[in-house]
Write a protein that binds this ligand. Structure first.
Ligand SMILES: *Cc1c(COP(=O)(O)O)cnc(C)c1O
Length: 486
């Protein structure tokens, strides 16, 4: 075959495939080896990216290496490194090499993970990994079930569709759903997607520790009943994204039991902490949830995309998502052979279980436990460091590896506006320096800095150097304010 023949079959000659693949592996390995010494932040405007990347539809072939080199030179470096040790913001994505390679296998073989008939081993592996997770979270392994999704948002959506069907059936016009003001925005999105009106959502205020106020929750439920509404679901947070706070899960489970409500736990951020002793204590009661979201692409160190929904009874999923189109009739199989397209929204699905399976087996659960324990300890060490300093004040103490703090030097009378401005500018300056991804959040009306320390390669020295840099910026900002005429 000549080049044109290969191209028109979207194929490459064997040696070229090999050279191309090895080159990509070299790039990826180089990334894993050198990322710690790079700057994690990328900032670029739409104009800059337009001028770099906009081009006409490519009608004719371009040499494969040329395209690859362009991507490696222009696209990859213009993305922030969320697996960098100084990537402290949002929820970092530490990832791991084994899972990155596993994803390459899943894609290379293009395994269809929708139905049993197409890939029985892939379906079985999803069942195996799901059973491991059910066990980790104290869910019943016989009746329990679950599904891997693209992320926590899709897992929350899948949970709420299921909860709505099980608790409300067809008519959910009077159904009311409860969540705290610290619950993740993806829950609100999911509630909108499933067709609830604003009037059917109750945002319950949190207390000074950012936990849902149980008293207010109970009051609102009682009032809704009196007014003829149908309370149907409480979404509890197991590790809020802002502060790592875990809602009182046991108490919420009691309320759900008494009131016959669905208990969904959003553990997308904090669920993984169950593998550490401290996390396990905080997450007590999580095993009582009807459904639980966890997000392996966060603190289980998987590359994007991988979320997960666990449920107490796998029949809830199949009862909600089974449709029987004619073209699937020949491959239905028997009851025990799970077609995951019947357990969630997607029909065609990639083989997500593979990366979790391979990384868990290769490193062992013990390594995951140690990494997660290390992260929790690191946040506590950071808190101790900050408490000893005259520059910093803790806004929310280290909880499940998240800590919130602000620059507030002793001996200066500063207004809330001034403190907000100082801390906002510290964040801006450190991001502009590109040395660390460290942005602010708002807690009880104050602008604060937030660190989410779930990268096992972040060291206390990384944190010290970032804080020192922040202190320099803080002093600069302070000088601007104290020089201002009164
Ligand atoms: C990240 C997060 C989500 C959303 O998960 P995605 O994987 O980003 O879709 C939901 N809930 C919580 C608590 C989260 O931290």
């Amino acid at each position: 075959m000549n080049k044109d023949d290969f191209n028109s079959k979207l194929s490459l000659p064997k040696e070229e495939m090999q050279r191309y693949g090895y080159k990509i592996i070299d790039h990826i390995v180089d990334h894993f080896e050198t990322q710690n010494s790079k700057k994690p932040v990328t900032i670029a405007s739409r104009e800059e990216m337009d001028s770099l990347l906009t081009e006409d539809l490519p009608d004719h072939p371009t040499p494969a290496n040329e395209v690859l080199d362009f991507i490696m030179d222009q696209v990859i470096p213009n993305s922030s490194i969320v697996s960098h040790p100084k990537s402290y913001s949002f929820v970092p994505g530490p990832s791991n090499y084994i899972s990155a390679m596993a994803d390459t296998i899943a894609t290379g073989f293009n395994i269809f993970s929708g139905g049993w008939a197409a890939s029985p081993a892939a379906a079985e592996l999803e069942i195996v990994v799901m059973n491991w997770l059910l066990k980790i979270f104290g869910f019943p392994t016989k009746m329990g079930g679950g599904i891997f999704t693209s992320g926590g948002s899709m897992a929350n959506l899948t949970a709420l569709v299921t909860a709505r069907r099980v608790k409300c059936g067809e008519d959910f016009s009077k159904a009311i759903i409860y969540l705290s003001d610290q619950a993740h925005s993806s829950n609100i999105k999911a509630i909108k997607v499933i067709g609830f009106k604003k009037e059917q959502i109750r945002l319950i205020p949190t207390d000074l520790e950012f936990k849902v106020s149980l008293n207010k929750l109970k009051n609102v439920i009682a009032k809704d009943r009196l007014e003829g509404f149908q309370p149907f679901c409480i979404i509890a947070s197991a590790g809020t994204t802002n502060t790592g706070t875990v809602d009182p899960l046991d108490e919420i489970a009691d309320i759900c039991q008494e009131e016959n409500l669905w208990m969904h736990v959003d553990g997308a951020y904090g669920g993984a902490a169950i593998l550490a002793n401290k996390g396990k204590k905080l997450l007590k009661g999580i095993e009582r949830a009807d459904s639980l979201t966890v997000d392996p692409h966060k603190w289980f160190f998987q590359p994007y995309e991988m979320g997960c929904l666990l449920v107490k009874d796998h029949n809830w999923l199949s009862g909600t998502f089974s449709e029987k189109p004619e073209y699937l009739r020949d491959i239905e199989g028997n009851e025990s052979e799970i077609n995951f397209y019947d357990h969630g929204i997607q029909l065609t699905r990639r083989f997500r279980a593979l990366k979790f399976y391979m990384s868990l087996k290769t490193f062992g659960l013990e390594s995951f436990r140690k990494a997660i324990q290390y992260n929790i300890d690191l946040a506590e060490q950071t808190e101790a460091l900050l408490r000893k300093s005259t520059y910093w004040e803790i806004t929310s103490p280290a909880t499940l590896a998240i800590i919130n703090f602000r620059y507030h030097p002793i001996g200066h009378q500063l207004s809330e506006e001034e403190l907000d401005r100082i801390n906002q500018n510290i964040s801006k300056k450190i991001v502009d320096s590109r040395e660390a991804i460290l942005v602010t959040t708002v807690l009880q009306g104050q602008i604060v800095l937030r660190m989410c320390l779930i990268n096992p390669r972040t060291t206390i020295d990384d944190i010290k150097s970032t804080l020192q840099q922040c202190e320099i910026y803080g002093k600069e900002e302070l000088a601007l304010i104290t020089k201002e005429p009164c």
